[in-house]
Write a protein that binds this ligand. Sequence first.
Ligand code: NDP
Length: 309
Amino acid sequence: MSEKIHCLIIGSGPAGYTAAIYAARAGLKPVMVAGLQPGGQLTITTEVENYPGYPAGIQGPEMMEHFRKQAERFGTAIRWSYVSSVDFSKAPFKVVVEEKETLLADTVIVATGASAKWLGLPSEQRLNGFGVSACAVCDGYFFKGQDVAIVGGGDTAAEEATYLAKLCNKVYMLVRKDELRASKSMQNRVKNTPNIETLYNTETREIIGEKAVEGVRVYSNTSKTEKVLKVTGFFVAIGHSPNTAIFKDWLDLDELGYIKTTPGSTRTRVPGVFACGDAQDRIYRQAVTAAGSGCMAALDAERYLASLE
Ligand code: NDP
């Protein structure tokens, strides 16, 4: 027999938990399916210093514990499980958990987030959180006055390189092709920043360091030689992938896989299904903006349910 749920939230990052807090306080008795990485991307970062309300900063995992406790305090039921498929053809919506249990939900809030793409080097994985980061805005401050490298040639890499250049002594931008993919204006910003050195046709071979990043070994496709850049921080900015594959048959996704929502709202193509956080935001991708859109999703869901009465 399928379980009937009023408001189902998929995902447990800042967007999902904020949606849960609002939905629970509005009496919607939300059930959350936390996903494979409970707490989301913030559980793999170290210190968060830019989330308002924490003047001394806070560790990402601890902050997500606070989110969880607040959501549970108002009665959110959290399932430590993952959603394997959905059927949004008609309400109540079918949500299948771990390929076996089917939940029926009057309204669904999708908050499945996105995952940073990584190069896939063993040294990158080993030093993740010890000088290797996929978020310059989160972690750049820890490298104040130091030399760092960033890999990628898109708008994110260009934006993050200029962000890092304000804090760091020197920024090496490692670009695998002979050109940047970033927009012309972003390219100009990079070119006009004196402490960014762009290395084209350059591949990252290895991140060096035992307990923390000490350098990066790069290979030039033009000179066919390797060299070591002495850096203490290594940033990966080669794109993000939204975790939206299970929704592709039901919701409109853009060409990168982000869920399309009606501007100024969290409404998707399917009335009663709302999307928030990084699963639908390819631009800002901050914890605080995700939390804000989670709040919007809960308010949109509440209004939708009220309109059915
Ligand atoms: P993109 O996919 O646009 O760029 C990814 C970059 O990483 C490319 O330069 C790509 O190289 C490089 N790359 C990918 N894989 C590897 C790899 N294995 N090794 C080395 N380099 C690699 O991602 P972004 O995150 O930069 O941008 C995503 C979207 O968000 C874009 O549409 C962008 O315009 C938008 N955006 C807009 C902003 C703004 O308007 N202010 C700010 C940030 C993002 P290659 O070119 O060789 O494929």
